[in-house]
Structure formats: C-alpha cells, structure tokens
Design a protein around this ligand. Structure first.
Ligand SMILES: Cc1cc2nc3c(=O)[nH]c(=O)nc-3n(C[C@H](O)[C@H](O)[C@H](O)COP(=O)(O)OP(=O)(O)OC[C@H]3O[C@@H](n4cnc5c(N)ncnc54)[C@H](O)[C@@H]3O)c2cc1C
Length: 347
C-alpha cells in the first residue's frame, strides 16, 4: 500500500488533465492521474503510423468561451496549434459539395491533436497502463484497485472519475447499495453514440485530384448518408510535404452494427467503399488503412451540470465532456469546475 493520495483522478483525457493542472496550479500536491492506456489525451488522440501522424479522434477544435479561448491563445503562442481552415463543407444527399455558412477558425495541432493534451499534462503525475477496476470505501478514504503489469491498491482522500459515464457506471456498479439513487440515475441517464474512425493513406496524385475537384475543402460533413458522417483531409494539417492521408468517421447507426473490435476492419472496408461512391473510385484502393472503434465517441444525452458529486464516505466526483456537452471544450470546463468544487470540500 502506498502513501495516501490527496486526490486520485481516473482518466487522462482533457477533463482529467484540466482538473489536475488547475488543482496543481492552486497549490494542491499529492495528486495522481491513473490512465489505462499508454498515452495522454483520451479521445484527443494521435497515432503515428506509415511515416505520418493521424488524428482518429478529435479532428479540430473551435474555442467558444473565454477560458478555453485563453488556453488557445497560449497554445497558438507556443506554436502548438494553428488555424486549419475557416470554412467547413457539407456533402448533400445528392452529392453537392457546399461551404457551411458559419465561418470561424478551426484549430489543429500540426504535430497531432494529442499535443494539446501533452502541453496541459506537463509536470502532472500520470501513471499510464493503470486501469481502475474497482473502488471501495475504506474508512473515510477511497480504496482504488488498479490493474496493469501488476494489480495494486491505492488510498485517496478524494477521487475523480474523469471517464465516459457508462464506464463510471460499470466501475461503481458494486457500490449501488451505498450510493445515492439520484447520483446513479444521473450517471445512468447519460448515453453515448459509437463511431468508427478510419485513417487511410493515398498517393500524391490522388490527393492532387481531390484538391483540383475540391479546392480548399478539408472537412466534409456528409448529410443523410447511412455510413459516412464526416471526412477530413488529415495530411493537410501536417507540415508539408506529408504522406497524403484522409480520416473518415462513420455514422452512429453504422458503428452500432459492428460492436466487436474484431469486426472493425470489415467496417473499414465498407466505409472506404462508400467513400468511393461518394467522392472518387480510388478511395477503396488505399495504400494503407487503420480503423478504430470508439464505443463512447459522442455524448448523446449530456447532463446540464459540470459534474456530479457525493461527499460520503469521502468526496467522489464524476465528470467528462458528457457534463455540459460533447466536445473538448466541455471536458476542459468540466475539469476546471471539478477542481474548484474539490478546493471547497474539506479534507
Ligand atoms: C472520432 C471523434 C471525433 C471527435 N471530434 C471532435 C472535434 O472535432 N472537436 C471536439 O471538440 N471534440 C471532438 N470529439 C469529442 C472529444 O474528443 C471529447 O469531447 C473529449 O476528448 C472528451 O474528453 P474527456 O476527458 O471527457 O474523455 P476521454 O477523452 O474519453 O478521456 C477519458 C480517459 O479515461 C481513460 N479511462 C477510461 N476508463 C478508465 C479506467 N477504468 N481506468 C483508467 N483510465 C480509464 C481513457 O483511456 C481516456 O484516456 C471527437 C470524438 C471522437 C471519438
């Protein structure tokens, strides 16, 4: 058993790291984040593959509120993000490519969207490959069981679950008898849409054909398509010349037909086939492809508040983008709100 942590945060996505960073900035110590994967960012992710990087999660960010805008001012000054495009496009059901009316900067990180998370995670104590598999009260503390190369237990005075609500429901299921009914009902009311994201590589001449047909078109929402929800020219985010790459996102209904990760490559073939029908025949014959199933991609039914919390036997807070919305900015604001809540709760 290790020392008692002041605050244990589960999940190193935007909500978890924003919360930890804010607490640390306000003088709190003995905070650790436990993350099941090998990297920071959660759905704000980037993978290195085929001599390039691809963003199969968050594609771009458009800050709306003052606090997130201030973060982006710092990210721009640090050369981590830059404007990708001011204009997104929509492909109508009859195949017309039209610019969207709302013109404002969509920011991306040329080195990968996870650079935003890495910037915020600087100096935080993040323990990767630690999956929270159980949580139990232990006197006036919480005992977390974490599985990784070995299974360990830690004690914490306060716990934050900064993970999608359905995953928090699974973790808290054994505590049904002691948790308030309203708390669990709120958590269970949050549903998510799945999505399959496919990164695929093409030749420079194929990319040139795209650019000739669709000049300046980098982000395309497909309306009324049963399979494709969105397409982005991912390589246009990178320092040029970058190997040409596109990212496709499926509709939620299509992803729901492939709930098992082992079927994701079959889904990927169908998505590329659909892109061949909607854009160019060469989409089906990519140089490489890399699909990812997001079981919890986008919040379907967010809560109105920035977190849900109980104080007994010790403070436990659940949060994420699903508290207030469905985007990176919502996760960031939720993390800040949790930090401010925890600062008010006495140890
Ligand atoms: C394909 C896709 C495209 C998107 N595009 C955009 C976009 O363009 N713009 C935008 O603003 N938003 C976009 N989003 C949404 C955005 O990614 C999310 O709103 C945001 O990243 C959520 O952050 P979070 O911290 O709430 O959750 P997450 O990013 O999901 O972080 C949760 C973290 O907890 C970890 N975790 C889960 N369970 C455990 C456990 N038991 N133990 C330890 N760790 C655990 C996970 O590994 C993860 O790292 C997109 C999402 C997807 C999937």
């Amino acid at each position: 058993m290790t020392n008692i942590l002041q605050i244990a945060i589960v999940g190193a996505g935007m909500a978890g790291i924003a919360c930890a960073r804010e607490l640390q900035a306000n003088g709190y110590r003995d905070i650790a984040i436990f993350e099941k994967s090998r990297g920071v960012g959660g759905r704000l992710t980037t993978r290195r593959m085929f001599d390039t990087r691809v963003d199969r999660g968050t594609c771009y960010v458009s800050p709306k509120g003052e606090k997130f805008r201030a973060l982006f001012d710092r990210l721009i000054a640090a050369n981590i993000v830059e404007t990708w495009t001011d204009t997104t496009h929509t492909l109508s059901a009859n195949g017309e490519m039209l610019p969207d009316a709302d013109i404002y900067p969509r920011y991306v990180a040329p080195d990968g969207m996870n650079q935003i998370a890495k910037y915020l995670a600087t100096d935080l104590d993040i323990r990767f490959n630690h999956r929270a598999i159980a949580i139990q009260p232990d006197g006036n503390l919480w005992r977390l069981t974490l599985a990784g190369t070995e299974t360990i237990e830690i004690l914490a005075r306060k716990v934050v679950l900064a993970i999608p609500a359905p995953q928090a429901v699974d973790l808290l299921a054994p505590l049904t008898a002691i948790l308030p009914v309203e708390f669990l009902n709120d958590l269970k009311s949050v549903e998510f849409y799945p999505s399959i994201a496919v990164a695929a590589g093409y030749t420079p001449s194929q990319l040139a054909e795209w650019e000739a047909a669709y000049p300046q078109v980098k982000s395309v929402t497909c309306t009324d398509d049963p399979i494709l929800a969105w397409l982005g020219v991912d390589s246009s985010k990178r320092q040029q010349p970058a190997p040409p790459a596109f990212v496709l996102q499926s509709t939620a209904n299509f992803a729901a037909e492939y709930p098992n990760p082992e079927d994701t490559s079959t889904a990927s073939i169908a998505m590329l086939e659909r892109a061949s029908e909607r854009f160019f025949p060469w989409f089906r014959a990519c140089q490489w492809q890399s699909p990812h199933l997001w079981r919890y991609a986008f919040t379907k039914s967010p809560l109105a508040q920035a977190y849900i919390a109980i104080d007994l036997p010790a403070p436990l807070v659940c949060t994420g983008d699903w508290c207030g919305g469905r985007k990176v900015e919502d996760a960031f604001l939720a993390g800040l709100a949790v930090a401010s809540h925890l600062a008010k709760v006495t140890m």
